[in-house]
Structure formats: structure tokens, C-alpha cells
Design a protein around this ligand. Structure first.
Ligand SMILES: Nc1ncnc2c1ncn2[C@@H]1O[C@H](COP(=O)(O)OP(=O)(O)OP(=O)(O)O)[C@@H](O)[C@H]1O
Ligand SMILES: [Mg+2]
Length: 226
């Protein structure tokens, strides 16, 4: 699914260069479920943004399902982000004035699906995440756990094989976060590849694979617990 060779990322802020990723080599196979763990600033989100084709690497090569991302056109990248990858973020990133249903509909609109299909799909996905009775609620009318369920339903809109989640339980209490992890486990059982950044060592320990990051590099084990 994912192969990176010697991927580095340098951010330029004014005249200051900062190397956020250093020579990352990684392979993640289809149907893996990985936790990405590491201290704040270690490069987890930077890595995730590159995996998600939201940002590019400075040097090195990244292959997504065998295709070099650097060689993709803007249109191809937009298609990949819409069809191949589902995104879930810590702060949910929902449209504040749109209902749950309208939020889930967004990727379907971009994909050019008919209104009938969009509405069927939104209803199905919101039922699936346990929000059948909240379809018309706006984010301000939902709990954090419910908002994250809407975000997960949205990430599934176009049935992507890969789900990227950046601290999806970071704003939730332990019990609500646990329910969100259960949902990711179900999505994994269905055959999806899932990469999840988490600060929670208890959550990370329960996942099949852990990827540890420190100072922009992948390490076998963390020197200091985060
Ligand atoms: N757009 C940017 N411009 C300049 N520096 C950046 C930018 N984005 C991130 N950085 C720097 O790169 C480093 C890695 O950031 P990143 O967001 O990947 O860390 P992280 O591991 O996700 O941390 P956290 O756990 O706090 O979310 C940090 O030192 C950060 O300040
Ligand atoms: Mg981060």
C-alpha cells in the first residue's frame, strides 16, 4: 500500500530550515492497522500529511499502491485524496453550519455522485456509525464522540481502502475514545488499511503494529515514553 524510501521533509520558515523528517524508510502493507507514536514535534503529522498526499516530501520517494506520488498530476492527486484515502482529524474538521448528513455528503459531491445515491449513502453511513437519529444535527448540536463519528462516516463516503487518522481520540474521554477505536477495528476487519496517530500508549499497545518516531526519524523503540 505504502512504500517510502529515504523520505525527508524540510520546512522553510523565513531563513530557518527545519528538518521535520529524516530519511524515513517504511513499508505498510494492504490491510495493516498501525499506530504512529512519538513525542510532540517528532514528525507524526508531517509523515501523515505526506502519506495522505496533502504535502510533498523534500527528498526521497513515496509510492502509493505502486505509483510514485511525485509523478502524479494535480488531478490525479485530487482523485487519490477523494477515492483512495479517508481522513479523520483530532478536531473533527466538520463544516460548522452543515448538518451531519451534509458533512458526510461533501466527498460524494466532489466525486460527482447523483443526489439519490448521495442521500442513500449518507443515511447508510450515519446509521453505520450509530447516528441514524442525528442526521439533521449540526456540529454544535452534537457531542465530541458524535462529531468524530460524523467525521468517520465522511471519511468512508467513497469507500476508500486507506484511512488516515491523526489523533482521532485526542479530544475525547477514554470511554468515548474507546468506542471510536472499536469502530476503526471494525473498518480494519472489513479489509481497510488504517494508520492512526495516537498519544495514548494503551491504545497503541492494542493495535497490531506500532511505528515509533523520534526527532523526525523512525526508531525501534522510544528512548523516553511520550
Ligand atoms: N508548516 C510548517 N512549517 C514549519 N515547521 C513546521 C510546519 N509543520 C510542522 N513543523 C515543525 O515540524 C516538526 C514536526 O511537526 P509535526 O506536526 O509533524 O509533529 P507531531 O509529531 O505531529 O506533533 P504533535 O504530537 O504535537 O501533533 C515540529 O517541530 C513543527 O514545529
Ligand atoms: Mg501532530
Amino acid at each position: 500500500m505504502i512504500r517510502m524510501t529515504n523520505v525527508s521533509k524540510v520546512y522553510n520558515t523565513g531563513s530557518i530550515k527545519f528538518e521535520a523528517l529524516r530519511e524515513v524508510n517504511i513499508e505498510i502493507k494492504e490491510r495493516e492497522f498501525c499506530a504512529v507514536v512519538g513525542p510532540s514535534g517528532s514528525g507524526k503529522s508531517t509523515l501523515m500529511n505526506i502519506i495522505g498526499c496533502l504535502d510533498d516530501c523534500t527528498t526521497g520517494e513515496y509510492f502509493l499502491r505502486g505509483t510514485s506520488v511525485a509523478n502524479m498530476t494535480q488531478n490525479q492527486l485530487a482523485d487519490v485524496r477523494n477515492q483512495t484515502i479517508g481522513f479523520v482529524f483530532q478536531s473533527f474538521n466538520l463544516l460548522p453550519y452543515a448538518t451531519a448528513e451534509e458533512n458526510v455528503e461533501v466527498p460524494l459531491l466532489f466525486a460527482g455522485k447523483s443526489r439519490k445515491l448521495r442521500l442513500e449513502r449518507c443515511r447508510h453511513l450515519l446509521e453505520r456509525v450509530g447516528l441514524a437519529d442525528k442526521m439533521k444535527n449540526r456540529p454544535t448540536e452534537m457531542s465530541g464522540g458524535e462529531m468524530q463519528r460524523v467525521a468517520i462516516a465522511r471519511s468512508l463516503a467513497n469507500d476508500p481502502p486507506l484511512i488516515l487518522a491523526d489523533e482521532p481520540t485526542g479530544n475525547l474521554d477514554t470511554r468515548t475514545g474507546g468506542a471510536i477505536v472499536d469502530l476503526f477495528n471494525e473498518l480494519h476487519d472489513e479489509g481497510r488499511t488504517i494508520i492512526m496517530i495516537t498519544h495514548d500508549p494503551n491504545i497503541a499497545a492494542k493495535l497490531p503494529r506500532q511505528i515509533y518516531m523520534q526527532d523526525g526519524a523512525l526508531v525501534d523503540k522510544l528512548r523516553i515514553a511520550s
